[in-house]
Design a protein around this ligand. Structure first.
Ligand code: AKB
Length: 319
């Protein structure tokens, strides 16, 4: 039987790159991109795209049956910063988006479901350095609470109904194609665009706030690797810790200065500072490395030079 993949949230920061990577592997017409927002030109031109609201259960189920979907990637979520502005709405959207896909996967018999969790599942009582896979989890943000609850539901659907639920706890993801929206780690993307455009960045976190991060290419290849792994290799059905590197805004600014010597940064922490301080500074991802060979290829140097080069190219094309 063919692998037919549905990506929900294909116009977002992860979705817009994941769809293209999946189309390369499985063929353009086997990867169905869906979102409530219009897609990138690349996605629209290379294969099927449809407007689909994951909160509409009947439409979702109909889609899975109609296109014989065997795998789902559900990336729809309100991120940490935005969720704090609309707590009840964010909880409702994040949880309904997940529960609809879990139920639709169960009813339609779709084989696999990928759903991203986040380092936001940890909280102020969690050990902050080299945070273990299994540890104290008392998140104090709406986003973090919804991600932790989601992990528990994913594992429940796997054990109780056999849904092949797979998940990673994404760190801050750094990419140049589609900008993120409303997260706490977004500074690590904004800083590059502002460095190229203005030579200055005003950061909403303090200079020494270290957080786990990963370049998008590594995040995508690891996500696909987890989905392709033999089920027998997976000792966890909640969510795997995953983070390649950790740095703070001051270290990132110093790295950018190696390419743009006149680059300056100032600091004006806002409400996201408290969120960042409740999260780990670094993550122990040895269980993911052991179970399904998770690996990273970008360190802070390679990430910085790639981001600056690609953003310059992108802005030149636009000009
Ligand atoms: C956010 O900052 O909200 C996200 C995340 C770490 O899950 N990037």
């Amino acid at each position: 039987m063919d692998t037919n993949i549905l990506v929900i949230g294909s116009s977002g920061q992860i979705g817009s790159e994941l769809v293209m990577a999946l189309r390369k592997i499985y063929g353009n017409n086997h990867v169905f991109a869906t979102d409530i927002k219009q897609p990138t030109e690349e996605i629209r031109k290379s294969g099927p795209f449809q407007i689909l609201d994951v909160l509409d259960f009947n439409n979702l189920l109909h889609f899975l049956v109609r296109f014989n979907i065997t795998e789902i990637y559900n990336l729809a979520a309100v991120l940490s910063g935005n969720a704090e502005k609309i707590p009840l709405q964010a909880w409702d959207i994040n949880m309904r988006a997940l529960m609809n896909t879990l139920e639709a996967a169960r009813e339609s018999g779709a084989k696999k479901l990928f759903w991203p969790s986040s380092i936001a599942v940890f909280g102020p009582t969690t050990p902050r350095r080299n945070t273990p896979q299994t540890t104290i989890m008392e998140p104090n943000t709406v986003y973090g609470i919804s991600k932790l609850a989601g992990e528990r539901w994913g594992e429940y659907y796997n054990k109780r109904y056999g849904v092949d639920f797979r998940s990673v706890r994404y760190p801050g993801l750094i990419s140049y194609k589609t900008e993120p929206g409303g997260g706490t780690t977004d500074y690590a993307v904004e800083i590059f665009f502002e460095a190229v455009k203005k030579g200055h960045y005003q950061c909403f976190l303090k200079e020494n706030t270290a957080l786990p991060m990963m370049f998008m290419e590594d995040a995508i290849s690891n996500t696909i690797k987890l989905m392709q792994a033999d089920a027998k290799q997976l000792s966890l059905r909640s969510s795997y810790n995953m983070a390649g590197i950790s740095f703070d805004p001051k270290q990132l600014a110093a790295e950018i200065r190696k390419h743009i010597p006149g680059f300056t940064i100032s600091f004006k922490p806002d409400f996201r500072q408290a969120i960042a301080e409740s999260w780990p500074a670094s993550i122990d991802d040895s269980v993911a490395r052991r179970d399904w060979n998770m690996e990273t290829t970008y360190d802070i140097g390679k990430l910085t030079s790639t981001m600056l080069e690609k953003i310059r190219e992108k802005l030149e094309k636009k000009a």
